[in-house]
Design a protein around this ligand. Structure first.
Ligand code: SF4
Length: 75
């Protein structure tokens, strides 16, 4: 899995750091650090964090939330 956090969207709500503390860490009020290639044992937590992020800032290349985070456009 690869993951990216859109730091322009991220508002530092910390839901991700609460749900997947081995992958997301908040430093101070706004600096979010994250593991861009989390271990398989962390994937379920990452998906929970993806769903919980209030601004949908977390994007992964696999998992149950691909459709909701994929760019939309004409078909
Ligand atoms: S839950 Fe979303 S907004 Fe909050 S710190 Fe994580 S990525 Fe940022």
């Amino acid at each position: 899995m690869r993951l990216v956090v859109d730091l322009n969207r991220c508002q530092g709500y910390a839901q991700c750091a609460f749900l997947a503390p081995n992958v997301f860490t908040l430093h101070g009020e706004e600096a979010l650090l994250y593991d861009a290639a989390p271990a398989e044992s962390e994937h379920a937590r990452v998906w929970q964090a993806t769903a919980a992020c209030p601004v949908r800032a977390i994007v992964t290349d696999e998992g149950p939330f691909i459709e909701s985070t994929a760019p939309t456009g004409p078909r």
